[in-house]
Design a protein around this ligand. Sequence first.
Ligand SMILES: [Zn+2]
Length: 379
Amino acid sequence: MSVFDSLIGQDHIVDQLSNAVKVAKGGEDSQAMTHSWLFVGPPGSGRSNAAIAFAAALVCKESGCGKCTDCTTVLSSTHVDVERFNPTGLSIKAEEVRELISRSSWSPSVGGWRIVVIEDADRLTETAANALLKTIEEPESHTVWLLCAPTLTDVPVTIRSRCRHVQLRTPSTASVEEFLLNQTQVDEKTARFASRVSQGHIGRARFIATNIEAQSRRKEIFALPLSLRDIENCFKAAQKLLDLAEDQAEKENSDRDAAELKQLQDAFQGTGRGLISGGAKAIKDLEKEQKSSATRSIRDNIDGALLDLSTFYRDVLVLQSNGAEILNIDLEEEIANYARTTQPKRTIEQIDAILTARANLSRNSAPLATLEALFCALK
Ligand SMILES: [Zn+2]
């Protein structure tokens, strides 16, 4: 068993990472190991899992056995020498980066390395990226920086030019299916269906396969393109999609938010006037953070829904081009009926409109207005 076994469909990078680990441990003077790495790959390909597996292999005495205390604590984000920074807000601020840098300079407590993993390094603000630059250029001899981002161009050129790149692939449907069968309790039919509709996104595949609510929400999303008879219904569809994304975000966040608040109140011994010094500010900061995190998860959920929607039109196009391999096998009839009502050229425009909406949302456009424009374009 090895920590690298958990990387689905990424055999091509395992050699690269294993070699780096070998060199890092042997103290050999080789280029295989370096201090700054950038893991890039499409959402769901497992780029942060790859970074975490690499971190575990570096601190484990057996180069990533997956079973020892070092491995298991790295994987559960509790290892003292491996810090996993997962931004909950829309951006990573310079102040946060400076704190990471100061902690990264401490000597490792157990192994030979202190490792910082920055998930979503594409969220670094310009000042944050500048703050990081010097450290990445001249890191402490015991520190390793592992940055993760969707593509190379999402990271400022000054940063990416100083990192070794690890490019993940979108895992194949077959490898996602195998993963679901091995790692969850679902049956073959569900695994096959979830791996197809999630298009190589492992997290989504697992979520769809194991979550009844996700399956019913998916049905509501797929009803939207069929409802666009007039402009009024386009506006309704936009609101509906936003509501679905907000509900989902609320479900994801509410329990965690309440637990965090309780923890903080306990730490500051009370609520309101009973709080000890600093408590009110800490709670205000937490509420601000939670709000930013909620905004982000609504956006992530909208993006997920748009991804689903794009598979609908993708399947329409497949049928219009006399192909047979559609993704949404459960909706074959609806999709076939729809495909007969339009032309391939129109379907391509519709797919383009979804891509444009996703790009606009990633640049922080207003969600409802963006969705209204989208559904009007899809009509
Ligand atoms: Zn181990």
